[in-house]
Design a protein around this ligand. Structure first.
Ligand code: CP
Length: 315
């Protein structure tokens, strides 16, 4: 079946142009105010159905997609994979086809393998939204990060952003590198040599620099984004010990001093306190980590609205 909306599926930031990214952020801005009302509910998506299909654990993303759907009056259904027929051997595509047969408007999917949302988009009539696929992309995380940065700095173009940590396994890093360079930021990435992939070389002309030392990335930065060490995706030893990782790559107050004096600190969560980020930095006034979570609801409201047929900026 022909999909009527050109961007009904949100599979990644890589596929979007700068105007589309700005359009999603502007739509999220329009929805933001609803989340601070006493009655946090509008009828915008009444009669629509959203299925959250998460094959990996999640606190922030799943909860905020559910809240976003409910605040827009959509019916939200969460599928727990551990109690679904996936455990009886049903294939991923069969699972999607069976869910699709119940006529949902949108399926939000998180999976440990890269490319799963793209695979489901080929067989599903419902819009598919990528909530994280392996180490590939986490589009709505990058959008909420961008909303946080734009809210604090008033712009993204021209800013210097340092992304530090386990770049190799990070879908957050990939989506952010695509988004931030599309919107005109300069991005520097740093981490242990074993955790910084070389497949970003083609983005160097777009404003990406790979730094040998974490200090080189953080120096003069407007935004310092710290990534979680993803031990669940590491099939071998990428660095000697967590203590050594913390010493050489962890964000401490001393390292943050290298950034601009009003630089902000972001982390997508969940945090490993004392490993990639010191607790005093995570809890400082420069940390906007909980703002990121807050803006996640507005971003996901915008994405559900646009994926189910809404127009950019007209929420
Ligand atoms: N940032 C993020 O994706 O967090 P969750 O895994 O809790 O959804």
């Amino acid at each position: 079946m022909e999909k009527p909306f050109r961007r009904r599926d949100l599979l990644g930031i890589r596929d979007l142009n700068a105007a589309e990214v700005r359009g999603i952020l502007d739509t999220a801005e329009n929805f933001r105010e609803i989340n601070s009302r006493e009655i946090k509910k509008v009828p915008t998506l009444r009669g629509k159905t959203v299925i959250n299909l998460f094959f990996e654990n999640s606190t922030r993303t799943r909860t905020s997609f559910e809240l976003a759907a409910k605040r827009l009056s959509a019916d939200a259904v969460n599928i727990s994979v551990s109690s679904s027929s996936v455990t009886k051997g049903e294939t991923l595509v069969d699972t999607a086809l069976n869910l699709d047969a119940m006529d949902p408007d949108c399926i939000v999917v998180r999976h440990g393998s890269a490319g799963v949302p793209h695979q489901l988009a080929k067989v599903s009539r419902a819009a598919i939204v990528n909530a994280g696929d392996g180490a590939n992309e986490h589009a709505t995380q990058a959008l909420l990060d961008a909303m946080t940065i734009r809210d604090h700095n008033g712009k993204i173009e021209g800013l210097k952003v340092a992304i530090v940590g386990d770049i190799l396994h990070s879908r957050v890093a990939r989506s952010n590198i695509h988004l931030l360079t599309k919107l005109g930021a300069t991005v520097k990435v740093a981490g242990p040599g074993t955790l910084v992939p070389s497949d970003f070389g083609h983005l160097v002309e777009s404003g990406l620099t790979m730094c040998p030392h974490v200090e080189d990335a953080i120096e003069g930065a407007d935004v310092v984004m710290i990534l979680r060490i993803q031990r669940e995706r590491q099939d071998s030893a990428y660095f000697p010990t967590l203590r050594e990782y913390s010493i050489h790559y962890g964000l401490t107050t001393a390292r943050l001093e290298l950034a601009k004096k009003d630089a902000i600190v972001l982390h997508p969560g969940p945090m490993n306190r004392g490993i990639e980020i010191a607790s005093d930095v995570a809890d400082s006034s420069r940390s906007l980590i909980l703002d990121q979570v807050k803006y996640g609801v507005a971003v996901r409201m915008a994405v559900l609205y646009l994926s189910t047929g809404g127009s950019m900026g007209s929420s």
